[in-house]
Design a protein around this ligand. Sequence first.
Ligand code: SF4
Length: 365
Amino acid sequence: MMATDISDVLFGTPAPLLSRVNLGVLKHDEVNLVVHGHEPTLSSLIVRVCYEPEMIEYAKSKGAKGINLTGVCCTSNETMMRQGIPSAGNDLNQELCVMTGAVEAMIVDVQRIMQSLSDRAPKFHTKFITTSPKVKITGATHIEFTEHEELNIARDIVKIAIDNYPNRKQVQIPSAVSDLIPGFSHEYIRYMLGGYYRGSFRPLNDAVMSGRLRGVAGVVGCNNPRTTQDAGHNYIVKELLKNDVLVVQTGCGALANGKYGLLMGEAALEYAGPGLREVCEAIGIPPVLHMGSCVDNTRILTVLAEMATEGGLGEDISDIPGVGIAPEWMSEKALAIGAYFAASGAYVLFGVSSPIANSEEVEKS
Ligand code: SF4
């Protein structure tokens, strides 16, 4: 929760904007950079550098039409919800991006970086660049990010990508791409529900009390290679929408359903039950709200706390008809977040299998 608040202080509180997601955001005729990991510090500077006229001219001097910055995983969620930078997809898209042969550089910070990328990347001409002192991978180029020389480091990295453009060989970019609207911070949801002077969660509580909404679900978390990518997220969310449940998403789950167009207003017409559809049309929101990266799940807790404080549904988070679901989780962080939600009183469900299932004692506790 502190990390989310401090990120908002440093980089701005997100508000809805239009962006795109899936491998089709990569471009045939531009230098493609992919930022990957979980931290917005370096990536927000890379965004800035990619728009510098000298840098764009430099890319043109190498035969490209421009610079195309994209991302995967939650660094991508960070740059997408604040700067509208398109996302090449979620966790299990990281190797697929490289295998298009169109990625000049993949720049990673921390968490969920597949070590296999250092073997994979050179085969598809991609420069694989690690930037955090916590993540050094054999075979990768390590350019450590330090706050004192931040812009120069970002420029060096973008130049490496541009210099690599003429080395492209066979390129195959899938055409799949969808629009999505990320950036629903709890501050913005409050504003949407009542405006600047009368912002409140009352309309949401009223919608639940009148039966138009049956509840709120946070469908969050990772991809898991033990199950078909995105299938769990997609199935559960469509069932919830059909049953008049407003869905909020973060992390790879949000990107999963973004690929299927569920994070657009039009999805209410196609998938939502009559009550949810009415609420979405009245407020002007999609039936599935993107609330940030996976470290931003605390934004969802804040919504639940605000609903409890508003009154009418009970005294505590445990009284709210809400659920937190991680259908394809796999990281330790997902477990920690799930524990935080359960301890806060939320009903929590985890999908796939449990890595501690063999220890009866640990599982019980
Ligand atoms: S949701 Fe899971 S896989 Fe996706 S970025 Fe977050 S921790 Fe990584």
